[in-house]
Design a protein. Structure first.
Length: 118
């Protein structure tokens, strides 16, 4: 079993930055693909960014490079650096683990709220 716990969310003004953390426990996640998703009120959950075990990164095109995913395998933690935040980035952000490298996310955190004020 893998437990994922997100932190770092909060209220920020438009144009500001936040860094989210996803701390894993139960197993090392260094060999897993890890990802961030988000879900805004009344909308479906959407993909934000992914980082493979080898460090390869993919981000949603719509973000236009404002968000960066990274990982610290020694700390068993994944991060999401979010810059130039916009009100439309307001959502609950979730961390997820793909243990089989098949783009199916087996483990999810509880989420952390990010609210961007205009």
């Amino acid at each position: 079993q893998v437990q994922l716990e997100e932190s770092g969310g909060g209220l920020v003004q438009a144009g500001g930055s936040l860094r989210l953390s996803c701390a894993a426990s139960g197993r090392t996640v260094s060999t897993y693909t890890m990802a961030w998703f988000r879900q805004a009120p009344g909308k479906e959950r959407e993909f934000v960014a992914r980082i493979t075990w080898a460090g390869g990164r993919t981000s949603a095109v719509s973000l236009k490079g404002r968000f960066t995913i990274s990982r610290d395998n020694a700390a068993n933690t994944v991060y999401l650096q979010m810059n130039s935040l916009k009100p439309e980035d307001t959502a609950v952000y979730y961390c997820a683990a793909d243990t089989n490298r098949d783009y199916q996310y087996d483990y999810w955190g509880q989420g952390t709220q990010v609210t961007v004020s205009s």
